[in-house]
Design a protein around this ligand. Sequence first.
Ligand code: SF4
Length: 323
Amino acid sequence: MEENILQVTDLSVSFSGGVQAVHGVSFGIRPGETFALVGESGCGKSTTARAIMRLIRAPGRITGGQVIFQDRDLLGLSNREMTRVRGREIGMIFQNPLDSLNPVYTIGSQVAEGLIVDKMEKKEAWKLAADMFRDVKIPDPEQRMKAYPHEISGGMRQRVMIGMMLCRHPKLLIADEPTTALDVTIQAGIIELMNDLRRKYNTAVLMITHDFGIVADMADRVGVMYAGQLVEVADVFTIFDEPLHPYTRLLMKALPVITKREGRLVTIPGTVPDLSKQMEGCRFADRCPDATEACRRSVPAMKEIESGHLCACHLVKGGPAHA
Ligand code: SF4
């Protein structure tokens, strides 16, 4: 089996007031694989992605852990070294491409700029940018490259962002809810495009999403987060067919089934715990239908239940604690 291209170990991020937004998160991604981090809003998935890229703004700070990317711990790099990693080695796409595109430059010049920074001749960079526009299925690329971000649609802007990231051939692409702001038909096109390009360039993808439709369409493996912690990791089929953690099982029950006509959708009672409070036991205990007194006293360790299937729950029996 190929070695992980990214290995996150025991990553923790805190904000002011002692809010532990991410606590002891560990997972790995292999080359060419798509790993989806899923969970409710505020569960820490976007913070995890930003911590990997060292984009946590004060008063937030990374309080522990390692982020090994191609044999280097990104948390130990200088700011200058990290700037070189961003874009060139790890690309990132956000929910709203307008936040990432500069309104005063044409989209073509913005795509070509990254290549020029990589020491490519201007003419060659412009040509490669046009090829990439074609790859991301933007019609009439040479003309479109002269447009400004506000002159193209939201779906088109996201295609530009994907092209901008992929034309530098990063080994890893982090996509943080890249289709949330788009309507469903455009969304489907973007997912198809990302799958095609991932296969073509063998790019690993860390997909941050709360949408299980996207997980089903894109992911090879899935990590389920709850209240800043990973609670279950497995391949995508296992997560849908045989989830073990009570939270994952409830998430699956809450999904609408197109063939089922009766009844209301299942909801998970209660709310996510206050992350600024010290928690002694399982963070899901107040909402878990299976909670026992022991769950409130001690934190369940992440255990390997079967090869590649990890779960952090006292009631799920498995092997030794996993890092
Ligand atoms: Fe529920 Fe206890 Fe498992 Fe937490 S450890 S998910 S409270 S059964």
